[in-house]
Design a protein around this ligand. Structure first.
Ligand code: SF4
Ligand code: F3S
Ligand code: FES
Length: 248
């Protein structure tokens, strides 16, 4: 069964743009990305959209559908009414290159600022021995497909461009937490999370967790434990005294 859907899609580049209306055919089982491809094939050949796998695994097709961050390839048309106007806009937190394609280089810049896994110098690959519980903890975070919808929705940078310098966003604060929980990582993650990557800006609104397509519990399992680790180090009098003596 097919029907005609009404789409309102943001078109523009170079900081200028507008919403354009389209009426387009929808067939059973299709997702929003299918409809955007049909528009490219029939009515708007220059409509720009980023995608790659069409299987919810590459993280490329992030967009805002009716104001909510979603993967275009995983959003079924059957979740909308046939009379509903479906509005598709680019992610708001990142600059638009063209139409639905945003410049997400902010995220890659933040990724580069985080030192990679740092094992002790006397332990070689192949000699790591980890408890299963430590493996499982980091496996949840490793499901991330880098769609950047969590960073897109976090209010710390969504409405405050000026915070981007100081705040790595939930995706990369989660990565810091994962490394801090790794039993073989010896880099100092706690002070740098707070002082260089803006952990203190997060006030646990959990919007990041709500939009994660991999259902990673970013706030409960990464950000809150990381905050607790920082507090333990900074405000536990014994740890504080130990740090003072050790640093002499
Ligand atoms: Fe996307 Fe989830 Fe990874 Fe954030 S943590 S980038 S929402 S997959
Ligand atoms: Fe932002 Fe997530 Fe914290 S949305 S404020 S990073 S809980
Ligand atoms: Fe890869 Fe949508 S196209 S996640």
């Amino acid at each position: 069964m097919s029907y005609k859907a009404k789409f309102r899609i943001w078109r523009g580049e170079g900081g200028e743009g507008r919403l354009e209306d389209f009426t387009v055919e929808v067939n059973e089982g299709e997702v929003v990305l299918d409809i955007i491809h049909r528009l490219q094939a029939t009515q708007a050949p220059d409509l720009a959209v980023r995608w790659n796998c069409k299987a919810g695994k590459c993280g490329s097709c992030s967009m805002e559908i009716n104001g909510k961050p979603k993967l275009g390839c995983m959003t079924r048309m059957s979740t909308f009414g046939e009379d509903e106007v479906i509005t598709v806009t680019p992610m708001r937190t990142f600059p638009v290159i063209k139409d639905l394609v945003t410049d997400v280089s902010f995220n890659y810049q933040k990724a580069r600022e985080i030192p990679s896994f740092t094992p002790p110098s006397d332990v070689r690959p192949g000699e790591y021995r980890m408890k299963q519980i430590d493996v499982e903890r980091s496996q949840e975070f490793r499901k991330c497909i880098e769609c950047f919808m969590c960073n897109n929705v976090c209010h710390v940078i969504r409405d405050h461009d000026e915070n981007k310098q100081a705040f790595a966003g939930p995706r990369f604060l989660m990565q810091i937490a994962e490394l801090d929980m790794h039993p073989y990582d010896v880099a100092d993650r706690q002070d740098s999370a707070q002082d260089e990557h803006g952990l203190g800006y997060c006030n646990i609104t959990k919007c990041c967790t709500e939009v994660c397509p991999e259902h990673i519990k970013i706030t409960d399992n990464a950000l809150i434990p990381m905050k607790e680790r920082v507090v333990d180090r900074r405000y536990d009098p014994l740890v504080w005294l130990g740090n003072k003596i050790f640093k002499r």
